[in-house]
Design a binder for this molecule. Structure first.
Ligand SMILES: [Cu+2]
Length: 597
């Protein structure tokens, strides 16, 4: 039954009653030419002592993990029984433009009750993922994401491993036993994105995995969170970095932890040396969160992979790129893109409402009687009411004439009227801490710490430190922008034209002269793939092909974009709320002259 929604519903459904219980993601191995049926539909999910309504692909959160061969092609038949129009974006794949899943640009949205058939190619080995490209702030938060593992054509592309675990890391905002509400017409939490208070690893708040002593366990990890950056490690275990967004790294290295921004992927090998428990943890400068537990059985296995674990291998195709890097490092950028915020004051008071002061939502001790920026974090100061007692009577002709007594206006003699109640200023809200949610969190701690520059010292906002202000910011008041500093164009007007076979040096400048400087994971769709050349002038020490790069607060990142696929493609911030608030644009790639159509 087709029931196309010309206008969104008043509210999204939240009642899990009668819905099938969410399943565990299946591992589906698909051969060249195979067809997969993928169905979007609501599911019921138990979280502690509450049951919430989520959305799943084929009844699970995450959706099924798809395993395919490099160089193959599959057909995916998508059926939408969800809450709103949808598409499927195959994140990181250099595929045919018309199957990229961008609504209105590459395909019509799939209405509720509708269907669409994708044909997807896999030119590159590595870990990818799929998710909708309409209202990701809602649909991805509710569970619409799944992993896609492309096995390499080259037999020894990866070092040997005894066990492979494909996992997603994510968080979900649960308040009063329900997923915090969404508006169908407007995205909230537009300033910092929607941080969750329940961590879900492959959909589970307390995921338990198994391994045996002596094994090498390969973890394939995708960050599917709306906005949270993870810093992942397994304390006590030796961890080797082997891959990133699109395939293996230039040189393997032993690491303590790895930073994973929304939509980025990482591949690490873990040597299991002792029985007992291993924990996959997320470490911020202030807190530690356990994301999953690996129970290690006592029986020891003899593993060839464990011997090979000590060898740090190089990737010849990336060593070859390294040889050509100097020229690109020295070249001026072809494009310079600034990442900035424009924030309408969500607590702005009407004219004549009395004296106003301005305060930083992150540092309430920073106040000013003038609009401006916080000297500690660069954020726009928001209007808040001055502590003076509000006037209760006002002249309707002369709003500047106020009194706390009934009376007459000395200018015109008119009777003073009771002033309308002045809106409660939100900016200086005392409760703006993560602790608002502490009563409803599962399996992790909050210490409520608010140090100087908390969360921004390393250019990453690890937590939502201004919960009440952030919640109030919407796509109407928060305007995230890409500004093309080469041409002067603002996001929608950016008109990049590339040609297949080109390489383009793009400079990403996360400007501090912005109403809310913060980090942004910059994502380019499948027109190609890129290498990070440098960050703040420091040459990238370990290359890997990427589709998303984290640009920290104030940072300048140079990337080298290898353009390979023609069509109309998107570039956007992968914080779902930032994309909804305008941090996106599209660009064109023309076929190479003389290329066959
Ligand atoms: Cu962003």
């Amino acid at each position: 039954m087709q029931q196309h929604l010309d206008h969104p519903p008043d509210r999204f459904p939240t009642d899990p009653a009668g819905l099938p219980e969410v399943g565990r993601p299946a591992l589906l191995e698909l051969a060249d030419g195979d067809t997969l049926a993928l169905r979007v539909a609501p599911v019921a999910k138990r979280l502690g002592d509450t049951v919430v309504r989520m959305l799943g692909y084929n009844g699970s959160v995450p959706g099924p993990t798809l395993k395919v061969r490099q160089g193959s092609e599959i057909i995916v038949h998508v059926e939408n029984q969800g809450d709103l129009d949808t598409t499927v974006h195959w994140h990181g794949l250099r595929l045919e433009n018309r199957y990229d899943g961008v609504p209105h640009e590459t395909q019509a949205p799939i209405p509720v009750g509708g269907e669409f058939t994708y044909r997807i190619q896999f030119p590159d080995a590595g870990l990818y993922w799929y998710h909708p490209h309409i209202r990701e702030d809602y649909t991805q938060e509710l569970g619409l994401y799944g992993n896609l593992l492309v096995a390499p054509a080259e037999p020894d592309y990866w070092p040997p491993a005894d066990r492979e675990l494909v996992l997603t890391v994510d968080d979900l905002l649960v308040e009063e036993g329900r997923i915090a509400p969404f508006s169908p017409t407007e995205t909230s939490h537009a300033a910092m994105g929607r941080f969750g208070n329940v961590f879900l690893t492959s959909g589970e708040p307390e995921l338990r995995l198994e391994a045996r002593v002596g094994e090498v366990v390969r973890l394939w990890l995708t960050n599917t969170a709306n906005t949270r950056v993870f810093n992942l490690g397994l304390p006590g275990a030796r961890v080797k970095l082997v891959g990133g967004d699109s395939g293996r790294v230039e040189h393997q290295e032993f690491i303590e932890s790895v930073v994973l921004a929304p939509s980025e992927r990482v591949v690490v090998d873990v040597l299991v040396e002792r029985p007992g428990e291993l924990a996959l943890e997320h470490h911020t400068p202030d807190r530690v969160y356990r994301l999953a537990t690996v129970a290690v059985a006592t029986d020891r296995v003899v593993s060839a992979a464990a011997e090979a674990f000590e060898v740090l291998r190089q990737a010849p195709e990336l060593e070859a790129e390294r040889q050509r890097l100097d020229r690109w490092l020295a070249a001026p950028p072809d494009k310079v893109l600034a990442l900035v915020a424009q924030l309408d004051d969500p607590a702005a008071l009407p004219a004549g409402a009395g004296p106003v002061t301005y305060a930083c939502p992150m540092h309430p001790e920073v106040t000013s009687d003038q609009p401006g920026r916080c000297p500690k974090c660069g954020m726009k100061l928001l209007a808040t009411q001055a502590p003076a007692a509000p006037a209760s009577y006002v002249c309707p002709m002369h709003p500047e004439v106020t009194s706390d007594q009934p009376g007459r206006c000395p200018k015109c003699g008119m009777k003073l009227l009771a002033a309308e109640s002045v809106p409660e200023p939100a900016a200086a809200h005392d409760g703006a801490t993560m602790d608002d949610h502490a009563g409803h969190t599962a399996g992790h701690d909050h210490d409520g710490h608010h140090g100087e520059g908390h969360g921004t010292a390393d250019g990453i906002e690890w937590e939502d430190d201004m919960v009440e202000v952030n919640r109030l910011t919407t796509t109407a008041t928060m305007h995230w922008r890409f500004l093309d500093r080469t041409s002067g164009a603002d996001s929608p007007a950016i008109d990049w034209q590339f040609t297949v076979g080109e390489r383009v040096k793009i400079r990403l400048v996360n400007e501090m002269d912005s109403d809310h400087p913060m980090h942004h994971p910059f994502h380019l769709h499948g027109a190609g793939r890129f290498l990070v050349l440098s960050r703040d002038g420091v040459v990238e020490p370990n290359l890997v092909w990427k589709d998303t790069v984290l640009v920290r607060t104030g940072q300048v990142v140079d990337i080298l974009f290898d353009v390979s696929n023609p069509g109309l493609w998107m570039a956007h911030c992968h914080i779902a709320e930032h994309m909804q608030s305008g941090m996106m644009f599209s660009f064109n790639v023309a076929r190479a002259p003389g290329a066959a159509r």
